[in-house]
Design a protein around this ligand. Structure first.
Ligand code: CTP
Length: 402
C-alpha cells in the first residue's frame, strides 16, 4: 500500500501510547501519517515523540493553523485518505455525534469529507453506558468504521470491553479501508446476505494414544480471517475448525473438531451451502490404530507407527450430491506453486483454488500473498495482512455470486 495517508487524531487516554506503535506499523506498510493530538492527549504523548515518528508537523490546539503551519483545519481534514481516531474517547465520539466543534480535533471531524475510523478506548462501564452505545450506533449508521474495543484488563484495574484494539489490528482495519471502496460498500450493502458459506480452518489432530497425536503447524489465522470477512459481508458462516488458539469471529457459527474424520462429518452435516472454502490443513494420514492407553516405553525399541490415509474433505464435497455452487480449495506449496495448485484444482474438482507459497513464514504468520486461480486465469494479490487478503477473497466471492 503506497501513496496513501491518514490523519490520526490522538485522544486523551492511557491507550495513546499505542498510537505511537500504530504510526510505526503504518509506516512499515507504506502509509503516511499526519497527527492531531487533543489537549488531553498531550498529557499522555508529546507532540515531539509523535512528530519524530510521523516526520511531519504535529497539530495541537496550541498551534495557530493559519500562522504556524500554513494549513487551515478544513484543508487538514481533507488532504488525507482516511481520518483515524485512536484512542477514540467517549468524549470525542459524543462531540462527533453532536457536531460540536470547540477544539481542533472536533472541528476536523465536523469539517472532513473523508471516512472516519474509530478505535475506542475507555473504561468498561463508560463503554457499556447507553449514551456511548447510542453514540457508537449513530456514528456507525452515518458510515463511520470501528475497530475494537477489545476485552481485557484495563489500566484502571477493571476487566472488560474497552481496551483499544492492538496497533496491528487498527493497521489492518486502516489497510482494508484504504484498499478501496468495494469492501466498505459491501459492509453497508451486505452482498452475501442469505448465503451460507462453509469454511474449514486450522489443522486436524490425529491421535496415536490419549496423550500423543500427529498434526501440523497450521494456526487457523487465514481461515478465521476468511470467516470474519464473509460474515462482515452478511453471510451465514459455518466455520469447522481444528484445534487452534483463536477466538470464534463475530457472527460466525464455529464447530470445533479434532480429527479429519470429524471435520468431514461436521461439514456434511452443515450442508447445504452456497460456497465451500477449504482452508484447513487436514492431516493427510492418521495412525491405523489408536491405543486406548498411553503407549509405554517397554525397552524393546520404538513402537511401529502404521498410517492410513484420511478422507479428502475438499474432494468429497466437490463430488457430493449436495455440492455447494462454488467450491474453493487452498494449495499450500513450497515450490512450483502455480503448477501444483493448478493440478490440485483439477484433481479435486474445485472451481477456484487459492495458491499459497508456504516456504516462508506464511504458516502461523500474520501476512499472506495469495494467488487466486480460476478456470479463467490467475490473479496475483500483494503480500498483505491475512484479514486484508480474506476481505479481497470475500469481495471476489460476492461479485461472483451476484
Ligand atoms: N484437503 C482436504 N482434505 C485432505 C487434504 C487436503 O480437504 N485430507 C484440502 C485442503 O483444505 C486444501 C486442499 O485440499 O483446500 C489442498 O491441500 P494441500 O495440503 O495443499 O494438499 P494435499 O491434498 O494434502 O496434497 P499434498 O500434501 O500432496 O500437497
Amino acid at each position: 500500500m503506497t501513496d496513501k495517508s491518514v490523519l490520526l487524531i490522538i485522544g486523551g487516554g492511557i491507550a495513546a501510547y499505542k498510537s505511537l506503535f500504530l504510526i510505526r506499523e503504518l509506516a512499515r506498510r507504506g502509509v503516511k501519517t499526519r497527527a492531531i493530538i487533543t489537549r488531553s492527549g498531550t498529557e499522555f504523548v508529546t507532540p515531539l515523540s509523535v512528530g519524530a515518528l510521523t516526520g511531519e508537523t504535529v497539530f495541537t490546539d496550541l498551534f495557530d493553523l493559519t500562522q504556524e503551519a500554513e494549513m487551515g483545519h478544513i484543508e487538514l481534514s481533507r488532504s488525507t485518505d482516511l481520518v483515524v481516531v485512536a484512542p477514540a474517547t467517549a468524549d470525542l465520539m459524543a462531540k462527533a455525534v453532536n457536531g460540536l466543534a470547540n477544539d481542533l480535533a472536533s472541528t476536523t471531524l465536523l469539517a472532513t469529507d473523508k471516512r472516519v475510523l474509530y478505535a475506542p478506548a475507555m473504561n468498561v462501564r463508560m463503554w457499556d453506558h447507553p449514551a456511548t452505545q447510542r453514540n457508537v450506533a449513530t456514528l456507525r449508521d452515518e458510515g463511520a468504521l470501528f475497530v475494537g474495543p477489545d476485552e481485557g484488563d484495563m489500566a484502571c484495574g477493571e476487566y472488560g470491553l474497552g481496551r483499544m484494539a492492538e496497533p496491528e489490528a487498527i493497521a489492518d482495519a486502516i489497510e482494508a479501508a484504504l484498499s478501496g471502496e468495494t469492501h466498505l460498500d459491501g459492509l453497508k450493502k451486505k452482498p452475501l446476505k442469505n448465503k451460507h458459506i462453509l469454511i474449514t480452518a486450522g489443522p486436524t489432530r490425529e491421535p496415536i494414544d490419549p496423550v500423543r497425536y500427529l498434526s501440523n503447524h497450521s494456526s487457523g489465522k487465514q481461515g478465521y480471517a476468511i470467516a470474519a470477512a464473509c460474515a462482515e459481508l452478511g453471510a451465514d458462516v459455518t466455520l469447522v475448525s481444528g484445534p487452534v488458539s483463536l477466538k470464534s469471529p463475530a457472527n460466525v457459527k464455529t464447530v470445533n473438531i479434532e480429527t479429519a474424520k470429524e471435520m468431514l462429518k461436521a461439514c456434511e452435516k452443515a450442508l447445504p451451502a452456497d460456497v465451500f472454502i477449504s482452508v484447513a490443513a487436514v492431516a493427510d494420514w492418521r495412525p491405523s490404530s489408536q491405543s486406548g492407553k498411553k503407549i509405554k516405553k517397554d525397552g524393546k525399541g520404538v513402537p511401529p507407527l502404521m498410517l492410513e490415509e484420511n478422507p479428502d474433505i475438499l474432494s468429497t464435497l466437490s463430488k457430493h450430491k449436495k455440492r455447494p455452487g462454488l467450491v474453493i480449495g487452498f494449495a499450500a506449496e513450497t515450490n512450483d506453486v502455480v503448477k501444483h495448485a493448478k493440478a490440485k484444482l483439477k484433481k479435486k474438482a474445485c472451481d477456484w483454488i487459492v495458491a499459497n507459497d508456504v516456504s516462508g513464514d506464511v504458516m502461523g504468520g500474520d501476512n499472506n500473498s495469495m494467488i487466486l486461480i480460476t478456470k479463467n486465469g490467475e490473479d496475483h494479490w500483494p503480500m498483505e495482512s491475512k484479514l486484508s487478503a480474506a476481505r479481497r477473497l470475500a469481495t471476489k466471492i460476492s461479485e461472483t455470486l451476484s
